[in-house]
Each structure stands twice: as structure tokens, then as C-alpha cells.
Design a protein around this ligand. Structure first.
Ligand code: ZN
Ligand code: ZN
Length: 464
């Protein structure tokens, strides 16, 4: 996650930074103290105020976002490692737009001018030693300018995602920030989607669709997985990879929604038939702890992988080493590629698509078994079996992506070649996170692929 901060002098930009660094674990990249000071030292200069200003002007003279771009490059390793970073301050509309174009969220902070003046006087130091009239004059200069390279804080504030007022106490500000931040916390955006975990995707889809899914029944959620699996198999038959990726994204999204709906079942349905503490990642890890559950090896050494007759609940699976549990969605893809990639080399894509459809049907069988069938199995046994079937659906989604990359890399590459940040000469590969982002991503946050809002507002047209 990337946060930018703009705002008026003395409004409390530093307080937001402190809050995000201490309470939310952000890394701070300050234009002046981190970047310009470092740049001065690199050039063998004293990193004092005039030197920093000269270097800043040098960057700005090359283009309205050049300074921001340079600071972004400095922060890039942290961003790519999935860390939360603050890059601040933004002083022009172009700088705010630049941070937003990287998927960042820009906060603007403002307060009454008299309050700001008093805060600045309180700070002391010669830089801030102004009369109120001088302060007002300085503010007018910084607030508005027609030159895109000059500070234009009024325009920057207008472009920000969130405007926070800081006229009260620090506690009041922290409370307001905490409330604002909830919307973005654990959020998936253009800066974080490649490194997001499966749990983060589950949470993100819940904040996008949860208010609607909570009103749906289990059957109706799973019906959507089945419909999309059926469409997916049709796409594969017709060799339409673009649509195949769309339907694969929907299968994964609905499967995550189903897993989340199971977690909420006790409270929403008042029954423990489906209730569980497990997230989808836990269900998958229980069945696939970094090796094939049937032959217990990685790569799988089953005679006909995935084709063996399963022994249902009797299947005994060893507990995995928690350190090997994949940390990101794409790491799950890699894990399944390592287990089954070679074995699936001799199986046509159509057969894998068949298998995915078959697995979605098996989840339906388990739903029927849980809700309708009276037999010897306990609720817990039936539930465990359902969780294993959901894990299978996820594993086949992963296997299909791996198969497409290994065998049909050209259509996959063609689909993703428009994406940014592909190193020169390399062939883009399809990953689960790219497939999801392609369908649900936007410049900033995750959006519903149908109504393009977050949270989704499709329910206005639904009978639920
Ligand atoms: Zn095996
Ligand atoms: Zn929608």
C-alpha cells in the first residue's frame, strides 16, 4: 500500500506520518529528509536546506512529476516487497495524480489558518518565525499557482482521495484517521495486488461483496461458481483465452466468497452445518500441505495424477510445515505448479477444465449431503469433506493457470503483454493475482467488475 500526503503548512502532515509509522507499520519516504538529503550526500554536498532546494528544483525543471518519480524509485524495492510506504509531501495536482496512478491513496490535511499559525509558532525555530500577516501572505503564494512546477496546494488538496480536518486535539485526529484508514486497511490496490495473500484477497472480496453475500444462501453462492466453471469450459473449447481468464477470475472470487460465507454461517444462519474458523487458505493447506495428498510427494508421483479414486474422509493427510505455507496468492500458484506441473504436461487443457467442472459439482454434492442426506457421517465429517472439495476447486484453478503458462504461453502472454513493468524481452506469464486484478482492478482500489463501484451496488437490481 502506498500513501501520499498533501496539506497546508502546520495542518499536521507530520502527525499523520507518525500515526502511520507507529500504528500501521509504514515505511516513510520523505521528499526532503529521505530523498533530497540522501541525494545531496551522494553528490558530496552538505544536505542543508538551500542544497536540497536546488536539487528539488533541478528535478522539477525536468517535468512536473520528475521529483515524485525519483522518490518513488527509491521506495520501489519496499513497495515490491509488499511493504506499506508513505511518500510525502505532494505539493501539486500532478504529484498527487502520480501517486494515485501507482495505486496510492492520497490524504490531504487542513486546519483553520489561525490554528495552523499558532502551531507553527509553537514549534519555534527561525524558519517559522513569522507575523500572522506574513504567514497569510506566504500561504497565499503556496496555495495557488498557474505554473505546474510551482507549489499549488489548493489544487493538490482537491485531487486527494481523502480530506482530513485537524482543528481539534491529536486524539481526535488519530480517531478520524483510524476510521478513515479502516476502508483501506488490508486493502488490495495497484501497488499491493501482486504480493497480496490469499487471506487478503478473501477479506478484500468480502468488503467488496460481503453485504450482498451475507443475504445469499450457500446454494446461490455456489451456483455462481458452477455457472462460471461451465462458461470457462466453453471458453477453453472455443480457444477464447481472454474470456477464459475472466471466468477463472469469477470462479476464484465466488469460491472465496463461499469460503467467507461458511465462516459467517453460525451468525447468519443460526446453524453449525457449514460454520468454520477456516479460511480458504487453511482449507487448501490442510489438503495440500506442499505435497500431493495421495502420494505425499512433491512433485506428485501418482500413476495418473488427480485421476486416482479418492477414499473420501478416510484419506489421511500429514500436517504441513507452517513455514512452507505460501505467503502470497501467486506463491500458491507456484506451489501447485511444483506439485502437479510436470504430471499435467501430458494431460490436455480440456481435460483439466473438465476436472475443474467436476470438482465444482463435487462441492455441490457435499452441500446436498450436508443439508439433505441422513446417514452415519457426523456434521464435522461432512464439513471436513466439503472443505477438501473446496480446496480441490482452488487446486484445479491453480493447475489450469500453470498449464496455460507451460503449454499455451503465447495466448497468455498476449493477454498480459499490455501490463506495465514487464522487463524488456521477457514474456509475461499469467498469475492468479494478475488474472484477478485484470478483472477487478482499477487505478486505485478493487472494484466490482459489473457495476465498477466498491462496495458493489449490484444488489439494487437483485431480488435477494
Ligand atoms: Zn500424487
Ligand atoms: Zn457490482
Amino acid at each position: 500500500m502506498i500513501v501520499g500526503i498533501t496539506g497546508t503548512l502546520g495542518a499536521g502532515k507530520g502527525t499523520i506520518v507518525d500515526y502511520l509509522v507507529k500504528d500501521k507499520g509504514f515505511k516513510h519516504f520523505a521528499v526532503s529528509d529521505t530523498f533530497l538529503a540522501g541525494e545531496a550526500v551522494k553528490r558530496g554536498l552538505t544536505p542543508d536546506r538551500p542544497t536540497r532546494r536546488d536539487i528539488a528544483n533541478e528535478y522539477r525543471s525536468q517535468g512536473p512529476t520528475k521529483l515524485m518519480e525519483a522518490v518513488y524509485e527509491m521506495a520501489r524495492p519496499a513497495i515490491e516487497a509488499g511493504e506499506r510506504v508513505i511518500i510525502e509531501p505532494q505539493h501539486t495536482a500532478a504529484e498527487v495524480d502520480f501517486i494515485k496512478s501507482k495505486g496510492g491513496v492520497v490524504f490531504a490535511i487542513d486546519a483553520d489558518v489561525r490554528t495552523r499559525y499558532e502551531r507553527i509558532q509553537g514549534r519555534g525555530g527561525s524558519k517559522d518565525d513569522l507575523t500572522f500577516e506574513e504567514f497569510l501572505a506566504q500561504q497565499r503564494m503556496e496555495m495557488i499557482s498557474d505554473d505546474p512546477n510551482k507549489n499549488n496546494i489548493a489544487a493538490a488538496i482537491m485531487k486527494a482521495d481523502i480530506i482530513v480536518r485537524n482543528d481539534g486535539t491529536q486524539d481526535e485526529l488519530f480517531y478520524a484517521l483510524g476510521e478513515t484508514f479502516k476502508k483501506y486497511e488490508g486493502g488490495i490496490n495497484a501497488g499491493t495486488y501482486l504480493t497480496a495473500s490469499l487471506d487478503e484477497w478473501q477479506a478484500a472480496f468480502y468488503s467488496l461483496y460481503g453485504h450482498i453475500d451475507d443475504k445469499r444462501s450457500f446454494d446461490s453462492i455456489w451456483r455462481h461458481v458452477m455457472v462460471n466453471a461451465s462458461k470457462f469450459s466453453s471458453d477453453i473449447r472455443k480457444n477464447n483465452f481472454g474470456l477464459a481468464f475472466t471466468h477463472l477470475a469469477h470462479i476464484l472470487c465466488w469460491t472465496l466468497s463461499f469460503a467467507e460465507r461458511c465462516r459467517k454461517s453460525g451468525e447468519l444462519d443460526g446453524t453449525d452445518l457449514f460454520t468454520t474458523d477456516l479460511k480458504l487458505s487453511d482449507c487448501v493447506w490442510e489438503k495440500y500441505p506442499a505435497h500431493c495428498p495421495y502420494c505425499e510427494t512433491k512433485p506428485c508421483s501418482c500413476a495418473s495424477p488427480g485421476m486416482v479414486e479418492k477414499e473420501g474422509a478416510a484419506l489421511h493427510i500429514k500436517t504441513g510445515n507452517p513455514k512452507e505455507k505460501p505467503a502470497t496468492l501467486d506463491a500458491w500458484g507456484i506451489m501447485f505448479d511444483e506439485i502437479y506441473g510436470n504430471a499435467h504436461a501430458v494431460i490436455p487443457l480440456e481435460a483439466l477444465a473438465f476436472h475443474l467442472v467436476e470438482e465444482t459439482g463435487e462441492v455441490t454434492s457435499q452441500i446436498i449431503r450436508i443439508t439433505e442426506v441422513v446417514n452415519g457421517a457426523t456434521t464435522e465429517e461432512k464439513k471436513k469433506e466439503l472443505q477438501r472439495e473446496i480446496a480441490d476447486v482452488f487446486s484445479w484453478v491453480c493447475s489450469i493457470v500453470s498449464k496455460i503458462n507451460r503449454t499455451y504461453f503465447y495466448p497468455a502472454a498476449r493477454h498480459f503483454e499490455k501490463e506495465q513493468n514487464v522487463p524488456e524481452g521477457s514474456i509475461p506469464v499469467a498469475t492468479l493475482s494478475k488474472i484477478l486484478w485484470d478483472e477487478y482492478g482499477s487505478l486505485g482500489e478493487l472494484l466490482c467488475s459489473t457495476c465498477r463501484t466498491n462496495p458493489c451496488s449490484c444488489d439494487r437490481k437483485l431480488k435477494l
